[in-house]
Design a protein around this ligand. Structure first.
Ligand code: CP
Ligand code: NVA
Length: 307
């Protein structure tokens, strides 16, 4: 049996796959903007399983799949047997006999790994506690659209050492750029989780200003990720100095971009002047989720399509 290509973390694809995917996403985006009908996934079905809330991931996958001619099934913990303790392995066996592709947003990475191990069809990570590969795919595509290749550039990560930070580290390692990370103590990125091969691709700074100095891209995320709500108060105190402000943007390169995967909390992890300011590309970043994921779904089901 040929091995199924899943997309569970950023390292599941190669640098060459990404080069292809970024070009393909641009083609697919152009088709969309030109109102060109493009239905390579006609008669294919995507199951989307959400164990956590979502706006962008749901809309981008659902709209994207319809635009490619396919259809979607939306499941949550609350309205499926997943919430009544049906084993994840059994769910995978059943669901993957009926659909062509599965997207899952869940808690532990181990859960999506178990699902994939028992699935007959490709599985895509729509966010776990550890990783958010589709978001970084969109972020790098957005960087390329605005500034060209990300290779050799510096990304400043300000805030929590979370799923987004881990995935940035993986991407830097694979695609040849650097991440300057500044987190409060106790919230550092875990190099083992990210599985980075080269310490050259990231540097840790205590002061977020130092992480931002000379950066080509400054990015952050919520102080409290989904699943960690019980720590909210404690985190608000610990993260108070990790708010991306105009001073941080001032020490970055003059043409530096600002990104945030959203949802954002103005006045917490980012000042309104930054996220709503001229260097922010957050709306392009959000829209691009759909274009890159269309390219990804096409790739996982049909390979390197031309035209
Ligand atoms: N950025 C992102 O994944 O957003 P949602 O939580 O709204 O899907
Ligand atoms: N780190 C955030 C990302 C939300 C899109 C979370 O996991 O909640």
């Amino acid at each position: 049996m040929t091995q199924i290509q899943h997309y569970l973390q950023f390292t599941d694809l190669t640098a060459d796959d990404y080069a292809w995917l970024f070009e393909r996403a641009a083609v697919i985006k152009r088709k969309f903007k030109a109102y060109e009908k493009y239905h390579p996934l006609a008669d294919r079905t995507l199951a989307m399983i959400f164990e956590k809330a979502s706006t962008r991931t749901r809309v981008s996958f659902e709209a994207g799949m319809y635009q490619l001619g396919g259809s979607v099934v939306h499941l949550t913990t609350g309205d499926s047997q997943l919430g009544r303790a049906e084993p994840i392995e059994d769910s995978a066996r059943v669901i993957s006999r009926m659909v062509d592709l599965v997207m899952i947003r869940t808690f532990g990475q181990d859960k999506i790994e178990s699902f994939a191990a028992h699935s007959r069809v490709p599985v895509i990570n729509g966010l776990t506690n550890e990783f958010h590969p589709c978001q970084i795919l969109a972020d790098i595509f957005t960087y390329i659209e605005h500034r060209g290749s990300i290779q050799g550039k510096t990304v400043a990560w300000v805030g929590d050492g979370n799923n987004m930070a881990n995935t940035w580290l993986q991407a830097a390692d694979l695609l040849g750029f650097k991440v300057h990370v500044s987190t409060p103590s106790g919230y550092e990125v875990d190099q083992d989780v990210a599985g980075v091969r080269s310490a050259d691709s990231y540097r840790v700074f205590r002061d977020p200003m130092d992480a931002c100095r000379g950066a080509d891209l400054v990015t952050t995320d919520v102080w409290t990720s989904m699943g960690f709500e019980a720590e909210n108060e404690e985190r608000r105190k610990a993260f108070a100095e990790w708010c991306v402000d105009e001073d941080m943007m001032r020490v970055a390169k003059p043409d530096a971009l600002f990104m945030h995967c959203l949802p954002a909390h103005r006045g917490e992890e980012v000042q309104a002047e930054v996220i709503d300011g001229p260097q922010s590309v957050v709306w392009d970043e959000a829209e691009n989720r759909m274009h890159v994921q269309k390219a990804l779904m096409e790739y996982l089901l049909l390979g390197r399509v031309k035209g």
